[in-house]
Design a protein around this ligand. Structure first.
Ligand SMILES: *Cc1c(COP(=O)(O)O)cnc(C)c1O
Length: 220
């Protein structure tokens, strides 16, 4: 029976108002929980652990677009590449080169996002912005042709301080705008700012997110 009061409708409606894309994050969720959202029309899902992704993919419909949103070890690139539409967690040169090598071998192009560190806690993964700029200055994005860069991704601090969260998101949007102007001005594919989770997706949308990654609030 369709549940009209499912939180999915609310999040989706908010997302549409900002013309943003919703990625439903499925970590720790069962096949049945994911299928419920699939039946409500959702097709883009995100997983942060490779092992969980590989277990879920064969159990769920083929037309799901899977995004890897968590840390990727270079030795797992080979295993995930055939199954994902996008790797949002491209956070270092070594990984970029591994993805290129494997994508080339598979004769496939793979969408990736540059994960940029914006949270104050130094534990969060991601490029330091200056380091990323230095890498892009070398022009490597034109050489690693099987990796299609489609934007940036970031995770704001997990804090009650919404001013800090807003600042971090504004920073990421600013980084995106700067990269777009400096390195991808004529590349229509580079168009995504992936930021915002259950606790902060409204702030993220206000600050210019074009893709939110929401999990917990969608699984009541
Ligand atoms: C878990 C996770 C999310 C979703 O978090 P929720 O708080 O459950 O909405 C988004 N992005 C990443 C990278 C995650 O690991």
């Amino acid at each position: 029976m369709p549940n009209l009061y499912h939180p999915y409708h609310n999040v989706l409606e908010t997302c549409r108002r900002y013309q943003a894309t919703l990625v439903v994050v499925t970590k720790t969720r069962t096949k049945e929980q994911i299928e419920t959202l699939y039946q409500m029309g959702q097709r883009i899902f995100g997983e942060n652990r490779v092992q969980e992704l590989l277990e879920k993919v064969p159990e769920l419909p083929l037309d799901i677009e899977w995004h890897l949103i968590g840390h990727l070890q270079t030795n797992k690139v080979k295993a995930v590449l055939p199954y994902v539409a996008c790797i949002q967690s491209l956070d270092r040169l070594k990984l970029w080169q591994s993805i290129q090598q494997e994508a080339q071998r598979l004769d496939k192009k793979i969408k990736c996002m540059l994960q940029i560190r914006i949270a104050r806690e130094s534990t969060k993964q991601g490029w330091a912005f200056e380091e990323l700029e230095a890498v892009l200055e070398t022009g490597i994005q034109h050489k690693l042709k099987n990796v299609l860069l489609c934007g940036v991704m970031g995770i704001a601090s997990l804090t009650e301080d919404i001013h800090q969260v807003r600042q971090e998101m504004r920073l990421l949007r600013g980084h995106y705008d700067q990269l777009k102007i400096n390195y991808f001005p004529d590349d229509p594919e580079f168009n995504t700012v992936s930021m915002g989770m259950s606790g902060d997706y409204r702030i993220a949308l206000e600050e210019g997110s074009t893709m939110i990654r929401v999990g917990s609030i969608l699984f009541p």
